[in-house]
Design a protein around this ligand. Structure first.
Ligand SMILES: Nc1ncnc2c1ncn2[C@@H]1O[C@H](COP(=O)(O)OP(=O)(O)O)[C@@H](O)[C@H]1O
Ligand SMILES: [Mg+2]
Length: 256
């Protein structure tokens, strides 16, 4: 079973050390929430797990399904079943979401040495994905170069999630942009895909809000590039009561 294991992970951007020894395991079929104050390194961790080229791992490992993927390129990670947030092209005139999704699917198939998907199969797969995520059909005929609101980007991302059926999804919920509709789309889609496929989820968030909709099995709190505390879902309620103040006091370097 492909667990995601992050061991003593150190990473830097340029010469700035951001991750300073992260240990974290996301088990297959589990929701693991990573919380922490702004600037603590949450998005950096997500980006390193996905193989972002601007981040350098200086120590430690990322193991997925027993395989060391610390140096694997992003495509290889996706092929192994790790979900990457949707990378939509900035602007491709005349290309609809449907057409784009088909291009992406065929690119993946070609990589695996498979024939392009037939139009009939593709229609069926997309329809299933739209049902699972409760995304209206009209959305798929939108053009990529029209630009997307934060909520629409989330719809696109969730559609991609339902199409890929990954074994592990890393979702960096940049919180601020999520209105209640987007929150419902994300929560509904993640819960349905998870129920359908048993994927593991690493959900990254500053606020507790989304964790009322996607219930975590485990919770880790990151502070200044390290895991300050790990526990069960009760940690979410504790944070709700106490905020990050206590953790800050306990882990901030003296005088900071
Ligand atoms: N590419 C980068 N270059 C330099 N510093 C960065 C880069 N990305 C993130 N940082 C810094 O690393 C720290 C952690 O950022 P981030 O991982 O985005 O935090 P979070 O997602 O928890 O809010 C911040 O101080 C941020 O300014
Ligand atoms: Mg972030």
């Amino acid at each position: 079973m492909p667990d995601l294991e992050i061991r003593n992970l150190h990473a830097q951007a340029g010469d700035k050390q951001i991750l300073k020894g992260i240990d974290l395991t996301v088990k297959q079929g589990e929701v693991h929430a990573l919380m922490g104050p702004n600037g603590s390194g949450k998005s950096t961790l997500a980006n390193v797990v996905m193989g972002h080229p601007n981040l350098e791992v200086t120590e430690g490992q990322i193991i997925f399904g027993g395989e060391d993927i610390t140096e694997a390129d992003p495509d290889e990670r996706a092929r192994l079943g790790l979900f990457m947030a949707f990378q939509y092209p900035v602007s491709v005139p005349g290309v609809t979401i449907t057409k784009y999704l088909r291009m992406v699917m065929n690119a993946h198939r070609e990589e695996r040495g498979e024939e392009p998907v037939s139009l009939k199969d593709f229609r069926r797969i997309v329809e299933e994905a739209m049902q699972l995520t409760a995304i209206p059909k009209q959305f798929a005929s939108r053009y990529l170069n029209e630009g997307f609101s934060g909520g629409e980007k989330k719809r696109l991302e969730m559609l991609q999630l339902a199409l890929q059926r990954p074994t592990m999804a890393v979702l960096d919920e940049t919180d601020s942009g999520l209105d209640i509709d987007a929150l419902n789309v994300v929560a509904g889609a993640v819960n349905s895909v998870k129920a359908d496929s048993g994927m593991g989820v690493l959900i990254i968030t500053h606020y507790q809000r989304i964790l009322h909709h996607i219930r975590p099995d485990r919770v880790s709190i990151v502070f200044d590039g390290r895991i300050a505390t790990e526990g069960g879902p009760e940690l979410v309620e504790q944070l709700e009561r106490e905020g990050y103040g206590k953790i800050r006091e306990a882990f901030a370097p003296a005088g900071a």
